[in-house]
Ligand binder design. Structure first.
Ligand SMILES: [Zn+2]
Ligand SMILES: [Zn+2]
Length: 158
């Protein structure tokens, strides 16, 4: 079933389904890039998410996928240290930036791609690549999403 667009949240005009070429948002150490995101656009040039639930859905989808990325275990209250599953410590440092690409589709809307770019750290002992802090990535994700929404010119409502 094709998605039904509501009226423009800015001017109440009719929204047409468009796909937004490429929008990115960054918050250290994470960059989120959305390619071909379905959205609504009115004759006045306002943009809006393709559905009121679209952004919440996208945030959940990305969280689920991030949880599949191998991550070190963090220990310590104040001074967090990260440990590989093999027991070796993952030292702090810049790591190597990697891009994880996902194909997503919101019910009734055309599919699109999301790229998550973040630093991965290789364990010096066993060679396993992992995030040093999954928590830091999670904390950056909502800020990076605000950047994506701003780049898409979505209104700040809800
Ligand atoms: Zn409008
Ligand atoms: Zn290891």
């Amino acid at each position: 079933m094709a998605i039904k667009l509501r009226s423009c949240p800015m001017c109440r005009g009719k929204l047409e389904l468009v796909s937004i070429d490429r929008v990115s948002g960054s918050h250290d150490p994470l960059t989120i890039t959305v390619l071909g995101m379905p959205a609504g656009r009115c004759a006045g040039g306002h943009a809006a998410p393709v559905h009121p639930d679209f952004l919440i859905w996208l945030i959940h989808e990305l969280r689920e996928r991030r949880q599949q990325i191998p991550a070190a275990e963090e220990k310590g209250m104040l001074f967090k240290k990260a440990f590989c599953a093999c027991g070796a410590q993952i030292p702090s440092g810049a790591g190597e930036r990697r891009t994880f690409a996902y194909d997503l589709a919101f019910e009734g809307a055309p599919g699109f791609k999301v790229e998550l770019e973040m630093p991965m750290h290789r364990c010096a002992k066993c060679g396993k690549e992992q995030l040093r802090s999954a928590k830091a990535i999670g904390a950056a994700a909502s800020h990076a999403m605000v950047g994506v929404c701003d780049a898409a010119k979505f209104p700040h409502s809800g």
